[in-house]
Design a protein around this ligand. Structure first.
Ligand code: CO
Length: 341
């Protein structure tokens, strides 16, 4: 199953190779042309040169992780975050380090040795280290190097009725949706772009925005579902199992209203559940892509994911299917009526 493979592949920002290779192999027979730019963005074209209008759909391949910044004399590794990570989710988690996927565990001072005051404080990056089971710097240096990227080691599992657990559903859920969309045929120009380095500031998308000139851009994301205890409903951003979420504002984009209106109409006409993302925080590739040549109308459609940017996230596979259905129906409407304006 593609989502399982995508989730278990490692692609901390700037090291997206595994996910890119997986997608290339999966999609090369379904599209006209596959290209990779020098930053690593993967472009999958369908009818792009000859057909109008031109639609760009983007999903980012990279995930948040860590970088090894120091090897201590006793072989423990110090690290810094790559992308936005809450240090409180890290302690005792299994990880893999570097291209060779050296296994390790994130350690901290054990509770038995903590002073009463220390127990009340949340751990920060400086209080944590990675233990790779060696006892000297020399031994550690034989396995890892400074600058190695570190990813969570999380097995993909099915939990409840259509719910799955894995890592990096932000944005492997979006990648899975885009891969599925690219398998169908359309009477328009379509560029499916899998971007790099979104989690460190949408840098890959900035290059894509300078490369292609679409009539409309759709960004597919995995976004926070906060339908969990301790969060009031109005603060909850999105709900898992309630369908794709439309962004009405985030820290990087105010989406194209006519397209949002059209998406709502299509959802209603086709009985596809849909919701708004009730948060204005965060950023996505949309911020960079809308600033392409002349300004590009852009929307963001997200799959709700619980516990994003952590070692274990949940997603409802029905939300993934409904996101595919919504976008495919939307593209059918664009074939008939053009881009909403
Ligand atoms: Co994301």
């Amino acid at each position: 199953m593609l989502l399982k493979e995508l989730s278990e592949a490692v692609a901390v920002s700037s090291r997206e190779d595994e996910v890119r290779t997986l997608l290339k192999e999966h999609l090369s027979s379904s599209v006209d042309e596959v290209k990779t730019d020098r930053l690593g963005n993967l472009f999958c074209y369908k009818g792009w040169k000859e057909s109008q209008p031109k639609i760009l759909i983007a999903a980012h391949m990279d995930e948040v992780g860590l970088m090894v910044t120091k090897i201590e004399k006793d072989g423990f590794l110090r690290f810094q975050p790559v992308g936005s990570l809450d240090p409180r989710v890290l302690v005792s988690k299994p990880v893999v380090i570097g291209k060779e996927k050296v296994p390790g565990v994130i350690g901290a001072k054990p509770i038995h040795l903590q002073e009463p005051d220390e127990r009340k404080k949340a751990l920060d990056f400086k209080d944590l280290f990675i233990d790779i089971g060696v006892d000297s710097k020399a031994e550690a240096e034989g396995l890892v190097s400074l600058g190695d990227l570190v990813a969570f080691s999380t097995e993909y599992e099915e939990l409840g009725d259509g719910i799955v657990k894995g890592k990096a559903f932000d944005d492997r859920a979006g990648c899975a949706v885009l891969a599925e969309i690219l398998k169908r045929d359309y009477r328009l120009g379509l560029a499916g772009v899998f971007t790099v380095q979104e989690e460190v500031g949408a840098r890959g998308a900035e290059v894509v925005g300078k490369t292609l000139e679409p009539d409309l851009t759709i960004v597919l994301e995995g976004t926070t579902a906060a339908d969990v205890p301790e969060i009031e409903e109005h603060e909850g951003s999105t709900k898992m199992g309630y369908g794709p979420a439309l962004t009405i504002m985030d820290g990087s984009v105010l989406p194209h209203r006519p397209t949002l209106d059209k998406l709502l109409k299509i959802a209603e006409a086709n009985d596809i559940p849909i919701q708004f993302r009730r948060s204005t925080k965060g950023f996505t590739d949309a911020g960079s892509l809308q600033r392409g040549r002349g300004g590009i109308p852009t929307v963001v459609v997200s799959v709700p994911c619980r516990y994003i940017h952590s070692p274990a996230c949940l997603v409802d596979t029905k939300d993934i299917e409904n996101t595919v259905a919504l976008i495919v129906e939307f593209l059918r409407s664009v074939e008939q009526e053009g881009v909403p304006s």
